[in-house]
Each structure stands twice: as structure tokens, then as C-alpha cells.
Design a protein around this ligand. Sequence first.
Ligand SMILES: [Mg+2]
Length: 264
Amino acid sequence: MEFGQDFVMGAAARVLEVIAFLVLAAFSRKICSRRFSWASDPPTDAPVGYCLSWRLAVEANNVRSWRTVPSWCLRHVEDYMTGGQYERDIELIVDQAAGYVKDIDVSEDGMDAWILDIDDTCISNLVYYRGRRYGVDPFDGPGFVAWAVRGECPAIPLVLRLFQRLIEAGFKVILVTGRDKASLGEATIANLQCEGFDGYERLIMRTVDWRGKGAVAFKSGVRKQLVEEGYRIWGNVGDQWSDLQGEFVGNRTFKIPNPMYFVP
Ligand SMILES: [Mg+2]
């Protein structure tokens, strides 16, 4: 009788093991197939974490030369940019920069410099990009110029605070932007002034000599010139990797988040 009971229980346990194995195998196949089809999934099939992974990959420069935000990440990017996390991320970056600044002995010779980018570093184009569905719509050059020439980009307050702290500490702050000097020079100067960016050493914009050249080449060329003039570049802050790559990038670089567009 006891032997019979043991036999039945053992068989039942084996049946349960087989069922558990089959369920696990089916579940694993489902997970694997989802993982490998991420890149081309239609919006309705995108896993919840996909857009978070995409944004992290963009910030880490693992995804490059992307033209638009994936349409199914519109809500994610909108929430990130407007829901508080974007500011929290900048706050941490600015805190790191401020800690680094405190440890630098600024020289009396006036050649200790920081480089700051302008668009979506010092001042924000979020209002404009809201109308471009936070980067889901492709870049529209004339539309952007029409926006920028109005000179209404608000300051990014935490970066303004860093800018002011740098000047108080005795650094020369040099603003370097890919904006075209001929068409946007006046508007940019006025915009910066209105938003409290007073006391910078120099504003360097793209001139005809640099038209058609990539941002890395342009910004490297500018930094090379500054270093040849004798400036020591202690820090370099930008929202694009092309602000922070190339030659003479500076002793430390600080990447401001931007999941809305990519500048090569
Ligand atoms: Mg920028």
C-alpha cells in the first residue's frame, strides 16, 4: 500500500516537473524573441522599458546619427523633458561640475577658461521642440531659425547658476555655438542678455569659413585657437557629444541630457 502511494506521488511530482519545464521554456522563448525584435518592433509591441533603454543609449553615445525619436517613445521623451527628471539630471551634473570647480586654483593670469555650448545647454529650445513632437518630427532648419531669431529661448536655470558660479570663481567663460553668426548673431546676444548670461568672455559663432563643416571639426578648431592663445580649458559643457569630442576637449567634459535631437 505504502509502495503504491510513493509510486503515485513520485509520478505526480515528475509530471509537475515536466509541466514546469515546458512553461519555463515557452516563457523564455517569448522573452528572447521580444528582446531580439526590439529594433523594428511596431509601437504597440514596444516593451515598457524600451524607451528608457533607448534614451540611456543616446546619452551614452551608443546610439549615434539618429534622425528622429522613435514615434512610440514620444510620451516617454515628453514625460522626461517636462516631468521633472530632466531638471533632476541636470542638477546632479551641475553639482558634479561645481564640486570640481571648488578644487581648482584659479590663476591670476586670466587664462583659466570654461567652454559652454548655447542651445539646450545655456538656453532651452524645449518650447520649439514641443511643436516638433519632442524630436519625433524630423529637424526643420528654416523653422528652427525662425524660432531662434525671436530670441525667446529661456535660460536653463541650473546651467545659468553654474555659469555665474564660474565667473565668480574667476574663470573666463567662452560660449561656443554652431549657430550661424550672420543670421542669428544679434538675436543670440540679445537672448543671452535677457536671460541673465552676463559677463562671459567671448561668444564664438559659426562663420562662413565653417559653413558645411561638422560640429566636431568646428568646435575643435575653435578650441585649438583658444589653446594657442594661451587659454587653459578646465571644463567643457554641452548637450551634444559633438560639443565634447575631437581635439582640445578640456580637462573635464559635462554632458547635459538631450533625447530630442542629435547634431553630428
Ligand atoms: Mg547644444
